[in-house]
Ligand binder design. Structure first.
Ligand code: HDE
Length: 688
């Protein structure tokens, strides 16, 4: 299997023991004899221009990078299947939404919005949730986010929004953060953004896992049935593991401990066969019903509460395979909102129409050729036939004389079919050509207030804390003041709390308000705390072991964590692991300094009293426990751990479970299903 390869004449020093593999060639297929030394005039001489193998290798390398996405640059993706279990045949002719029990292949890319490709996963940011369905009728791309509304109502404002949130151009920072002047300057002058800002400042923008967040198509779309009738639809993804977020201090620390936290979590879950799942749910409504809503459903800054139009769950999305190559698939995948299938159509949402131009256009810039549709990740999986020819990087070899229509010369050539083909819904269109916003789009505050008031008290505290943090990073006082004005309109108590948190003593200027907000009914569905997941499934338990830790308790823990369908990670002072009290040796997944408790959902301490006393003098061990406590995690601790608990400031509460027996381990994990002890928060973190 192994060959000793001696490279270069007389180069005994340069021998490599490498497994025997397939023959290395150039891109032209020419066998290569030596891939380690360039061609030189003598061993110490100049490199020769004649070395075509060197030139080819470096030439290709020099051109490996392509432009990153202008937004949503940092992403991670997976393959999977979508399976419909409830047919919508009565409202759509789209097979993907009407033929049940068919496995439709999908590719899903999750992303942050503002950061560059190399930014950290736990930025406070909206997450992209883009799904490409490879249906039998062509590719349908549902390019959504984890928040059901958007910042702006018209695509013409999008470049300004993105310029404002990205790093400031004169200094090149901050990266992947909205906490800076230009973002809040733009927002303070964009009242339509207020609803989105409430969602953005909630914990939804710091998800625990990509597997634990919702997805939304945002816009209304149309479904069109065989009879040509149209029904409006909003599309939702509901995660099987429930919706869960981290707390902000945890997010900040995760970004340092593991900037790839989300992508690693998704990758590892899929590798071990714990396939992430979401249900596709729809809200269906007619034009007449839409007219009765207290908002315009074509306005993408508005959402339809589930209490107003209930969700109908119709299918399951399962991610079951990691990409083989991140560049070839995750980077080169090209989502286009204009990729529809017969039976699904656009609504008149102006933001959606702008997107339909932008997504196609941007792929040309990123991928360099109109033939990006031929890349394996983008090509349809159903038969396809166009008269599109040539262009850079044409990969097909077309046959025949006819590349046009109509024609008699090739009777079997592609033909449009009015019955099978896509037909745009014949909506009637009227009106003068104007640059105007509809008056029905002008209530910017009512749903923002509805969202805020529908949150649990702790969630409201977190929104206040997030706004205090973000506006605290804004140096221009006028911008801070203007934002406080908007918050006062959204809900006076919110405005007052944020002003107090900022130590803002001046009068808050009242912004011009087009439509005074009204009180809308609370909607429990938007509160994550009102719908707690109550499960450890898919989560990660970390246990800190010391030399001589109790082997029986560890065995009980391994069993209970497996029964809870969670993962156990062992943390020890050294990566080599520890010897347990029965003499057996257990390896660690993380050395203590490299495995802080922010990486785990619940933590345990199986440490001897002697070790705990020593660890109490170790900053990494004290921080491990202290952070778990202040991040409101459920802690299981053997009696010997007390000195460490004391040093870390852990106070007894419902989330601190002392472990003496295997039964106590079960009790700890039972409590750990709650994921956080929210009632502990006022003890460890004050929000004004
Ligand atoms: Fe995007 N958006 N967007 N966006 N968007 C892009 O397309 C754009 C909007 C979303 O994983 C770009 O291929 C405009 C809303 C996701 O590859 C670009 C407007 C929603 C992704 C673009 C919006 C999204 C993008 C950049 C305002 C939620 C990542 C690279 C009219 C419904 C897709 C690319 C992936 C990516 C334009 C607003 C979601 C420039 C002009 C609203 C998930 O075309």
């Amino acid at each position: 299997m192994f060959d000793t390869v001696t490279l270069g004449a007389g180069g005994e020093w340069h021998q490599l023991a490498m497994p025997k593999g397939q023959l290395l060639t150039t891109a032209q297929g020419m066998p290569v004899s030596d891939d380690q030394n360039s061609l030189k005039a003598g061993p110490r001489g100049l490199v020769l221009l004649e070395d075509f193998a060197l030139r080819e290798k470096i030439f290709h390398f020099d051109h490996e990078r392509i432009p990153e996405r202008v937004v949503h640059a940092r992403g991670t993706a997976a393959h999977g299947v979508f399976r419909l279990y409830e047919s919508l045949a009565e409202v759509t002719r789209a097979k993907v939404l009407s033929e049940t029990a068919v496995d439709v292949p999908v590719f899903v890319r999750f992303s942050t919005v503002a950061g560059n490709r190399g930014s950290a996963d736990l930025a406070r940011d909206v997450r992209g949730f883009a799904v490409k369905f490879y249906t039998g009728e062509g590719n349908w791309d549902l390019v959504g986010n984890n928040i059901p509304v958007f910042f702006v109502q018209d695509a013409i404002k999008f470049p300004d929004l993105v310029h404002a949130v990205k790093e400031e151009p004169d200094r090149g920072f901050p990266q992947a953060a909205s906490a800076h002047d230009t973002f809040w300057d733009f927002i303070a002058l964009t009242p339509e953004a207020m609803h989105m800002v409430m969602w953005q400042m909630s914990d939804r923008t710091i998800p625990r896992s990509l597997r634990m967040m919702e997805g939304f198509g945002v816009h209304s779309f149309r479904l069109v049935n065989d009879a040509g009738q149209s029904t409006f639809v909003k599309l939702h993804w509901k995660p099987a593991l429930g919706c869960q977020s981290v707390v902000w201090d945890e997010a900040v620390k995760i970004n340092g401990a593991d900037p790839d936290f989300h992508r690693r979590d998704l990758y590892e879950a899929i590798e071990k066969g714990d396939f992430p799942e979401w249900e596709l749910a729809v809200q269906l409504f007619s034009e007449a019903e839409a007219e009765a809503f207290p908002f315009d459903h074509l306005d993408p800054t508005k959402f339809i509460p589930e209490e107003l139009v209930p969700l109908r769950r119709i299918g399951t999305l399962t991610l079951n395979r990691n990409p083989s190559n991140v560049f070839d698939e995750t980077e080169q995948v090209a989502f286009c909102t204009s990729n529809l299938v017969p039976g699904i159509d656009f609504s008149d949402d102006p933001l959606l129409h702008g997107r339909n131009f932008s997504y196609l256009d941007t792929q040309l810039k990123r991928l360099g050729s109109t033939n990006f549709t031929k890349l394996p990740i983008n090509a349809p999986r159903c038969p396809f036939a166009t008269f599109q020819r040539e262009g850079h990087m044409q990969t097909e070899v077309h046959k025949g004389r006819v590349s046009y229509s109509p024609s008699m010369l090739d009777p079997s050539g592609p033909r449009a079919d009015p019955a099978a083909g896509f037909r745009t819904f014949p909506a009637s269109v009227s009106g003068a050509t104007v640059r105007e916003r509809s008056a029905s789009f002008s209530d910017h505050y009512s749903q923002a207030r509805q969202f805020y008031l529908s949150q649990a008290t702790t969630e409201q505290d977190h929104i206040v804390a997030a706004l205090v943090f973000e506006l605290g990073k804004v140096e221009t006082l006028a911008v801070r003041a203007a934002m406080l004005g908007h918050l006062m309109v959204i809900e006076a108590s919110l405005g007052r709390r944020v002003a107090a948190g900022l130590g803002f003593d001046d009068d808050v200027p009242a912004p011009p308000v087009a439509v005074e907000p009204v009180d809308l009914p609370h909607t429990a569905a938007v509160s994550m705390m009102a719908n707690p997941p109550m499960t450890l499934k898919g989560r990660c338990v970390g246990v800190l072991l010391s030399e001589g830790a109790d082997a029986t308790l560890l065995a009980a823990l391994q069993e209970s964590v497996a029964a809870a369908e969670a993962t156990l990670k062992i943390v020890a002072p050294k990566i080599g692991g520890v010897t347990l009290d029965d003499g057996s040796k257990v390896a660690a997944d993380h050395a203590l300094a490299g495995g802080p408790s922010v990486l785990f959902d619940s933590v345990g301490l199986l440490v001897s009293a002697e070790a705990a006393a020593m660890m109490a003098a170790q900053a990494a061990a004290v921080a491990w426990v202290h952070d778990a406590f202040q991040h409101l995690k459920i802690i299981g601790a053997s009696a010997g751990a007390q000195p460490l608990l004391d040093k870390a400031g852990v106070m007894a509460d419902a989330g601190v479970v002392m472990i003496e027996s295997a039964g106590d381990v079960d009790e700890w994990l039972e409590v750990a299903r709650e994921l956080r002890i929210w009632s502990r928060e006022p003890m460890v973190r004050r929000v004004d």
